[in-house]
Design a protein around this ligand. Structure first.
Ligand code: PEP
Ligand code: MN
Length: 340
């Protein structure tokens, strides 16, 4: 920690601060400038948090941490890229680029099976579909619940694709984990820490969306809850943040790809569908994300978006998706990967 002292302190006032720093388990190193005295407090900030209490002292101008607050998710803690195994054959975070695709919501057996078959034929390796939906209004379609999970399991059986679906409540953790290969924690729950712990404890891979107005540091700290609860299989998913812009539903922050890669060893997945809310932009965002080094994409695809029960405007048709998959390889190659 760096402790900046206020100017014109007496020796006695300064000595009291030094005593307190020692008392809290740090070794003070005093640096005297022309106008200010700064103290470098040497010690492990992960175990001695209490130095921040010095901010309340009248002698102290400010206290600044030097170490990062996230630990297990950080690149420092684990140099190589983490690889997350999903189902039997999918590894996210390696040299293969994966595409997870499927409808926003599971609506019927025919809808999910037709979509699963089509996205698999086009090259997707994970099937998405919401069974429990976090809707802004309680009057909108809330998802089919466990029936939706059963339909996803059926689609997996028919196609062999592992499935990702959202976990909305701690109460459902065991049930959803029984069916899902990846538990999605949605943007609205990204800082629901009890839910993150419950998800971690199932042992299933967890995909953590970025919250609507979440800073990267907060997101990495939320991920920390998963790793700290003995589940190493964490993926971050950027899905756009709330800004003043209204051309798009959210502002997809692709800068998080190099940031998360630099700060963390966990894979980063991009969801351009929630990210922009417009099917006509999804293809370009996917290409950009692939070229920038994302590990995977999470894309909404529906056999008939015009009649979708949720998020119709942003879902690709089966034909659009096929075209995207055909055009994606050079962009994936640009970041040194190959399509799975
Ligand atoms: C979704 O994937 O359909 C969804 C609701 O995502 P988010 O939590 O990112 O809004
Ligand atoms: Mn959606």
């Amino acid at each position: 920690m760096i402790v900046v002292l206020k100017p014109n302190l007496t020796k006695k006032q300064e000595a009291a601060v030094l005593r307190e720093i020692r008392k809290l388990g740090y070794r003070p190193h005093v640096m005297r400038g022309v106008a200010r005295t700064v103290i470098g407090a040497i010690g492990d900030e992960q175990t001695h948090h209490t130095l921040e209490t010095l901010t309340a002292w009248p002698q102290v101008e400010s206290v600044m941490p030097v170490q990062k607050r996230f630990k297990l998710t950080s690149r420092e803690a684990h140099q190589p890229n983490s690889q997350v195994k999903v189902g039997k054959n999918v590894v996210i975070g390696g040299d293969r680029f994966h595409v997870m695709a499927g409808p926003c919501s599971v609506e019927s057996e025919k809808q999910i099976i037709d979509t699963a078959k089509a996205v698999k034929a086009a090259g997707a390796t994970v099937l998405r579909g919401g069974a429990f939906k976090p809707r802004t209004s309680p009057y909108e379609f809330q998802g089919l619940g466990e029936k939706g999970l059963k339909l996803l399991a059926k689609a997996r059986k028919e196609t062999g694709l592992p499935i990702i679906t959202e976990l909305l409540s701690e109460n459902h953790a065991e049930m959803v984990a029984e069916y899902a290969d990846i538990l999605q924690i949605g943007a609205r729950n990204a800082q629901n820490f009890q839910l993150l712990i419950a998800a971690a404890k199932t042992g299933k891979p967890v995909l953590l969306k970025r919250g609507l107005s979440m800073k990267v540091e907060e997101w990495l700290l939320a991920g920390e809850y998963v790793l700290a609860n003995e589940n190493p299989n964490l993926m971050f998913c950027e899905r756009g943040i709330r800004t003043f812009e209204t051309y798009t539903r959210n502002t997809l922050d692709l800068s998080t790809i190099p940031i998360v890669k630099k700060e963390s060893h966990c894979p980063i997945v991009i969801d351009p569908s929630q990210g922009c809310g417009r099917a006509d932009l999804v293809m370009n965002l996917c290409k950009g994300a692939a070229a920038m080094g994302a590990d995977a994409l999470l894309i909404e695809v529906h056999p008939n978006p015009a009649e979708a029960w949720s998020d119709g405007a942003q879902q690709l048709t089966l034909d659009n998706f096929k075209q995207l998959m055909d055009e994606l390889p050079p962009f994936v190659a640009a970041s040194g990967r190959t399509m799975a």
